[in-house]
Design a protein around this ligand. Sequence first.
Ligand SMILES: NC(=O)c1ccc[n+]([C@@H]2O[C@H](COP(=O)([O-])OP(=O)(O)OC[C@H]3O[C@@H](n4cnc5c(N)ncnc54)[C@H](OP(=O)(O)O)[C@@H]3O)[C@@H](O)[C@H]2O)c1
Length: 207
Amino acid sequence: MKVTIIGAGNMGRGIGTRIAAGGHDVQIVDRDPEEAKALAQELGGSAKGSGPDDPIEGEVVIFAIYYPQQQALDQYADQLEGKVVVDISNPVDVETWDSLATPPGTSSAEEMAARLSASRVVKAFNTTFSGTLVKGDVGGQQLDVFIAGDDEPAKQQVRELAESGGLNVVDAGPLKRAQQLEQAGFLHIKVQEPLGTGYGSALKVVT
Ligand SMILES: NC(=O)c1ccc[n+]([C@@H]2O[C@H](COP(=O)([O-])OP(=O)(O)OC[C@H]3O[C@@H](n4cnc5c(N)ncnc54)[C@H](OP(=O)(O)O)[C@@H]3O)[C@@H](O)[C@H]2O)c1
């Protein structure tokens, strides 16, 4: 698959590592093309780095940037028609770090879907920390990636991407489940200090 990751930061590296490990073509896009190229070089293989004015090449496009993503969504909306678009964000209110910034009854992913009505939005990867994605496991245990979406073929593509990179996928249901996933991601952030795990833990369903 051809995958574009917008954002050459922590999660660009984490998700990019897993997707490259799965043998897919990765395009990293960042407002700083040099950062995108450096990360692409680090990922190796066919990975390439691009700047903000270069065309989006992926059939799956992952937004690895912070909420609110309005400016980037406006910038790329036309190019995203028909594509699978993945929202990974934890929309924490960074003024207080005490709640999410999204109004009750919605989620970052649903806001994205409303803006990108011609795209197929999937929520994924928001409960996995970047360093654990680079490593690929926590304490030898496979990472769970929770996904939610209303378009089953789109979810299947995201599932294939995650599984080919060695991750275990948990289907959380329709896109509105992103509300619970974003709260779970927030909780996982909030327990880092008491646990002392330094963003090295994972949320996993044990069966
Ligand atoms: N870090 C984690 O472990 C983790 C875990 C789960 C979910 N998440 C979510 O993942 C998202 C990214 O987090 P992160 O830690 O990877 O952030 P980050 O390290 O700050 O990386 C974001 C990158 O995207 C770039 N960027 C921002 N807006 C852009 C745009 N419009 N076009 C192109 N590039 C743009 C940033 O450039 P500048 O430096 O110029 O701003 C930066 O290089 C957030 O929504 C976060 O909630 C993070």
